[in-house]
Design a protein around this ligand. Structure first.
Ligand code: ADP
Ligand code: MG
Length: 321
């Protein structure tokens, strides 16, 4: 199934989905995990797919990987339609699944060899040691997978996804449970791949990670796309700040005068208010603090970050849960 990826006629979009729908049929009823998702992932991008638990991220990725079957809609990978050319599409993508499913009695070297065989990579073209080295597993090449730590298994899955040198690499929550040092190492490798042209599609729970790594971000919630933009635009787009107010005495609850600003009581003396400077002058919040008979002990404001945007965009859904 090995295919050469023409560098002459490159597609503009590495991945494209159009009105993608996935319904899981079950005894307890149907679950609409994807409700018409249309996404365009430009070639060469480092694309983040974010969303709360259960949003449909893994479902989308599993469909692209050929591990789940779409209910309706269209998806293409590297210009190859999943429906018309599933083998071509599959050859163009490498997937690091969310679950750490590895055969415990294989060594990394063997696992990569089996994977290369499955993708029809000729022996002479296999780069087993080079890949293991890149993910920091060269010295574990001949150890049983079951003896590897969680972080090593994760990196081994990344290596496995790369054996057929796919132009698109998909990582589903790859750093969950991976310690900081190894995470850094993993990102260095993935960034290098991206710099050399591999398109990366990443889902992560760490918004800071997405903010630092991804040039484009899509946010999905309950199977629907709620945002899709460059990271820069997304951060600019939402007019939001947060204000932390420390008052001079303990509060048992949010004072009535402050309720309209929906603050969060962080501790008995600290309130967090997320607000939109264009709609709510900060002075009005401070007036409310004074009218509640509170003195100010301290104040700090922060610009919005991806976390705030994420919370705002998914807030209505969260509260409905
Ligand atoms: P995420 O990866 O964003 O956490 P998933 O794609 O795993 O979300 O799940 C989306 C929704 O689909 C969830 O409500 C989940 O319970 C449901 N779901 C996922 N896989 C299955 C399945 N195999 N059968 C039935 N429901 C599923
Ligand atoms: Mg998932």
């Amino acid at each position: 199934m090995v295919q050469s990826f023409s560098r002459i006629t490159l597609p503009d979009l590495a991945v494209e989905t159009e009105s993608l729908v996935k319904v899981y049929r079950g005894r307890g009823g149907d679950k609409r995990a994807l409700d018409g998702v249309s996404l365009a992932i430009p070639r060469g991008s480092f694309f983040g797919l974010l969303g709360p638990n259960g949003a449909g991220k893994s479902t989308l990725i599993n469909i692209l990987a050929g591990l789940a079957v779409k209910t309706s809609g269209r998806a293409t990978i590297w210009g190859r339609d999943l429906g018309d050319d599933p083998r071509g599409a599959k050859a163009a993508i490498g997937v690091v699944p969310q679950e750490l499913n590895l055969d415990p009695f294989f060594t990394p070297r063997e696992l990569l060899d089996v994977q290369a065989g499955m993708y029809g990579v000729p022996r002479a073209e296999r780069r087993t040691m080079e890949i293991l080295d890149a993910v920091g597993l060269a010295d574990k090449a001949d150890s049983y997978a079951r003896t590897l730590s969680g972080g090593m298994r994760r990196r081994l899955l990344v290596a496995k996804a790369m054996v057929h040198a796919p132009p698109v690499l998909v990582l589903d929550e790859p750093t969950a449970g991976v310690d900081i040092e190894l995470r850094r190492q993993l990102w260095e490798y993935v960034r290098g791949l991206n710099a050399r042209g591999t398109t990366i599609l990443l889902t992560t729970h760490y918004l800071e990670e997405a903010e630092q790594l991804c040039d484009r971000i899509a946010i999905i919630d309950r199977g629907g796309l709620v945002a899709c933009d460059t990271t820069v635009n997304l951060l600019k787009r939402i007019d939001g700040k947060s204000l932390t107010i420390t008052v001079d005495r303990d509060l048992a609850e949010v004072p009535t005068a402050l309720v309209p600003f929906a603050p969060e009581l962080l501790s008995p003396r600290r309130l967090l208010v997320r607000y939109r400077p264009s709609a709510v002058p900060v002075g009005r919040i401070l007036e409310a603090v004074a009218s509640a008979g509170l003195g100010l002990a301290d104040l700090s404001t922060e610009e919005t970050d991806l976390e705030d945007i994420f919370l705002q965009l998914t807030a209505s859904h969260q509260s409905a849960r």
